[in-house]
Write a protein that binds this ligand. Structure first.
Ligand SMILES: O=P(O)(O)OC[C@H]1O[C@H](OP(=O)(O)OP(=O)(O)O)[C@H](O)[C@@H]1O
Ligand code: HPA
Ligand SMILES: [Mg+2]
Length: 175
């Protein structure tokens, strides 16, 4: 409608940018593993794709877990959240390992933001341990273990979504 303000994306609503390098992400995943090592052992890691795949690989390597399954959930189209879609559920084999409720399973994702994705997966595996590398306040209560909290108005830029690029000097008008 004419005169109506355009809908802001989640990233636009989030005023601050928090870019994370591969190095930093690896360090944060290792720090997460230190905490998880106190809680395990775990029979299997369940990665929430796609963002959970990278931390899941690092965490599983550090914890010596060789069984990794995925639950494939899509909600954000770039930075706009739509309805959650479960594109692939948890395998029967992983379900069995978790006794049907997720006991002894470790769910891993890169972050919780509104918590909608985490809530959906927690409902599938109520007794699993849920770990994320980063957490925003709205999603934080859903997570059992995380490393860094960032404010709700922050947008995290992951290294697999970004690339190094030229930045003009301040005197040329760079922000
Ligand atoms: O707490 P929420 O508000 O639900 O947001 C968190 C989810 O959003 C992102 O996934 P996304 O749906 O963008 O898919 P992707 O992992 O494939 O990038 C992120 O990886 C989390 O899974
Ligand atoms: O802050 C974020 N960064 C990247 N992807 C996301 N998906 C939900 N929130 C975020
Ligand atoms: Mg995701």
């Amino acid at each position: 409608m004419a005169g109506e303000a355009p809908e802001l994306s989640a990233q636009e609503r989030a005023g601050r940018a928090f870019p994370v390098s591969w190095d930093q992400f690896h360090r944060d995943c290792r720090a997460l593993t230190w905490r998880l090592n106190e809680v395990g052992p775990f029979h299997a890691v369940i990665a929430i794709t796609r963002g959970g795949l990278v931390p899941a690989a690092i965490v599983a390597r550090e914890l010596g877990v060789r069984i990794i399954d995925t639950v494939c959930v899509a909600s954000y189209d770039h930075d706009k959240q739509g309805d959650l879609q479960v594109l692939k559920g948890i395998s029967e084999q992983a379900m069995k390992l978790g006794g049907g409720t997720g006991k002894g399973l470790l769910i891993v994702d890169d972050l919780v933001d509104t918590g909608k994705t985490g809530k959906l997966v927690r409902e599938m595996l109520p007794d699993a341990h849920f770990a994320t590398v980063y957490a925003k306040p709205k999603g934080r209560p859903l997570v059992d273990t995380f490393i860094t909290e960032v404010s709700q108005d922050t947008w995290i830029f992951f290294p697999w979504d970004t690339a190094l690029s030229y930045h003009p000097p301040l005197r040329d008008g760079a922000a």
